[in-house]
Write a protein that binds this ligand. Structure first.
Ligand code: ADP
Ligand code: MG
Length: 695
């Protein structure tokens, strides 16, 4: 047969073995061209190092094995028929059993078939695996004796139902490999040499059919790099468009910050000092600062933002601080005024609930420059709020705000410096990518007087004891919080509602105590009054939905009880836990687990094991994936095929550095050697490049 010259855009239908039916099935899973198929990476590989001989089995192990079917028959069990097959690999035997789908599987298998099998080995009249994951292999596919590496592909039910299995895909990809195919590398030879990466053509071959594990790993590295690189190139490309900024507020070196530090009733931690120095350097630097200050709940970010503000004010600029809730804004005002009053810096509050007259007065004073620093909620971004000379914008709990809200505030100044703060620790690899345009500033140390909160996961039946414990703490003058996931029983869910429990607990267990209820559907004034009462210790036990998650600082509270803890994300639980342990007394976080799934158990145990927000964020990322982590799908940024945000740290750094360098020298990617990169960039991030993006 005549050899066809294939290219990456050739449709799969030209390949032998792919008729209309199979082509249709493949295209449903996004596989229509050779390019797409070559980028359909295996989910695992069978090779000598990952396979276990059947003579070396032991119970409880998860194994990959290969064997040939010696017998296969339906057998009658106690209740119904099941399928049993025995395989042999020249060294030992293993029994496979299927209780579900037995008939269907029997049809697919016959004596003499060679199988790759994986699953958990159990001992039951000899070794067995129940419902193993299995793949048919060809007669000559033999990793153990030949040292070959066999790719196993991910298969959707659509593919399986249309007779497409790993063996089929291996055969098709081998056909491609045998014909001559031209694959252009979007990287130049020199670039590959300098970065120590292999060619694309070789990588696309070896990712499927590597001769050795070393070759395979180099292929994986190259393909991972490509994904990271184009994401970083995209970020660098889009960010420099935002960075072409003309002027910036000019801050001089200052004395206010030193004075504030000297007057503090505590010593700054090393990490706070570092953060302050870094921010101070950026503020007095050549371009406007764009900084994300990350630090665990209670790590003391507020004082760092106060110091930054003092530098702006000393240089005769105004500062705007935006917080997500009124409660938090008021609390910040208190903290800022404490340090700023002695320096005669004028601070004001601006919130939505204010009286008209009062509001107008503040707006006027911002306009004529009588107010140096304003703290507020979303009320700050209203149209009629104008500044005389806004030089620094600070946003607390920045993940609570949308991109547009942040921009609106920033646009009230002439390229002001920008400081965002967050207590949601974002794994570093993710942060680099999602906030690639921002400088990261991390406070990774707690004030010394902090005692770690003791965390316990309990079942419902121990709740009574916890209530007793709470009552005892109240007798000692302390306060407690109980958090429920929902306000009321929506959609017939079986969640215990905060309101119901409030009624029950205040009548029974806590009938002698002051119990308060706060939830998101309350009027603002009502919420404020309850929070004020809690702060003043007029309420002993506060029952709440997650509205208290953000910000509040009541150092007298020592117990945080979280109901249906498995319903929360780990980072959210960590934030809630951060509401206690702020004072001098030993504090506790009690997580009530009402689900008995293994997953819930595993996740909640992490909370018992660590108080480190970054570790928790990493675990959350691992369990929930990056999209979930941010509550939204990041429009494809993170839908990598092979790259991994969590484990590819150094590769990300490398990709980021190279991408930035390329953009620095050729900001529009117009140079001849960068044309290929530009094409690929537009192909990959077409959608995103069309939106108007701001940082
Ligand atoms: P967060 O980082 O969660 O915003 P805050 O800035 O609200 O934390 O700080 C929490 C509490 O810790 C505040 O009461 C603050 O005054 C106090 N604090 C901050 N830094 C220190 C420190 N270095 N030593 C002792 N207490 C500190
Ligand atoms: Mg804070």
């Amino acid at each position: 047969m005549q050899e066809r010259v294939l290219s990456l855009s050739t449709p799969l239908t030209v390949l032998k073995g792919i008729g209309p039916k199979k082509a249709e099935a493949l295209s449903i899973d996004g596989l229509s061209t050779i390019d797409q198929l070559l980028h359909y990476y295996p989910r695992k590989y069978l090779d000598r190092t990952t396979l276990t001989l059947l003579s070396k089995l032991s119970g409880g192990q998860n194994v990959n094995v290969i064997g040939t079917i010696q017998s296969i028959k339906m057998r009658k069990g106690k209740f119904k028929y099941f399928l049993e097959s025995i395989i042999y690999d020249g060294y030992g035997y293993l029994t496979l059993r299927w209780f579900n789908g037995a008939k269907y599987i029997k049809k697919a298998l016959k004596i003499g078939d060679k199988l790759a099998v994986s699953g958990k080995v159990e001992f039951y009249n000899g070794y067995q695996i129940i419902h193993p994951d299995f793949e048919k292999l060809k007669e000559d596919e033999d990793p153990i004796n030949t040292g070959s590496i066999i790719p196993i592909y991910p298969l959707t039910s659509n593919l399986k139902n249309n007779g497409i299995d790993s063996r089929f895909l291996r055969r098709i990809i081998k056909t491609i490999k045998k014909s001559s195919i031209s694959i252009n590398d979007h990287f130049e030879k020199n670039f590959l040499l300098e970065t120590n990466l292999i060619e694309l053509k070789r990588a696309l071959n070896d990712i499927h059919f590597a001769k050795s594990l070393i070759d395979l790993n180099r292929a994986i590295e190259r393909l991972k790099f490509d994904e990271h690189f184009f994401l970083q190139l995209y970020l660098a490309f889009k960010n420099q468009k935002n960075l072409k900024i003309k002027s910036k507020p000019c801050f001089q070196n200052s004395k206010f910050d030193k004075k504030i530090i000297e007057a503090l009733s505590f010593e700054l931690t090393e990490a706070q000092h570092r953060a302050h120095t870094q921010i101070k350097n950026s503020l007095t630097n050549s371009s406007p600062m764009n900084c994300l200050l990350q630090g665990d709940v209670g790590s003391g970010k507020t004082i760092v933002s106060i110091l930054a503000s003092s530098i702006a004010v000393e240089s005769n600029f105004q500062v705007a601080v935006m917080a997500p809730t009124e409660i938090l804004a008021r609390q910040h005002l208190k903290s800022f005024k404490k340090e700023f009053d002695p320096l005669k810096i004028t601070c004001a509050l601006l919130t939505g609930g204010m009286a008209r007259k009062e509001r107008d007065k503040i707006i006027e004073s911002l306009n004529n420059g009588k107010i140096d620093l304003v703290i507020g909620t979303h009320a700050l971004i209203q149209k009629d709020v104008k500044f005389k000379k806004l030089g620094l914008v600070i946003i607390d709990e920045q993940h609570r705000f949308g991109v547009n809200q942040r921009r609106k505030l920033v646009e009230k100044g002439n390229n002001p410096h920008f400081l965002a703060m967050t207590a949601t620790p974002i794994p570093r690899t993710l942060a680099i990518t999602l906030y690639g345009d921002m400088d990261l500033c991390i406070i990774d140390e707690m004030p010394k007087n902090r005692k770690p909160v003791i965390t316990k996961v309990i079942d419902e039946n121990r709740l009574k004891r916890v209530y007793d414990f709470m009552a005892k703490e109240v007798v000692l003058g302390r306060q407690c919080m109980i958090v429920y996931p929902l306000v009321e029983e929506t959609e017939k869910s079986d969640l215990i509602a905060a309101t119901e429990m409030y009624e029950e607990l205040s009548k029974n267990e806590f009938s002698n105590l002051e119990v308060g209820l706060i939830h998101g559907k309350m009027e603002k004034t009502e919420k404020d009054s309850i929070m004020n009462n809690f702060s003043a210790n007029n309420i002993n036990i506060l029952i709440s939905t997650t509205v208290i998650e953000v910000g509040i600082d009541v150092p007298n509270s020592t117990i945080m009880l979280i109901e249906h803890a498995e319903r929360f994300g780990l980072t959210q639980l960590h934030q809630l836990r951060g509401r206690v342990g702020r004072g001098k007394n030993k504090s506790f976080c009690i997580l009530v687990r009402r689900s008995f799934s293994e997953n819930a158990k595993k996740r909640l145990n992490i909370m018992e094991e660590t108080n480190d927000g970054f570790v928790i964020a990493d675990e959350d990322l691992k369990i929930r994936g990056p999209g979930e982590f941010f509550g939204i799908r990041q429009s494809g940024y993170l839908s990598f095929k092979i790259a991994n945000m969590k484990t590819d740290g150094s590769l990300i750094q490398k990709a980021r550095k190279l991408a930035k360098e390329i953009i620095k020298h050729d900001s529009n990617l117009e140079g001849r050697k960068n044309i290929e990169l530009k094409n690929k960039l537009y192909k990959t991030y077409k959608q995103n490049l069309n939106e108007k993006i701001i940082s």
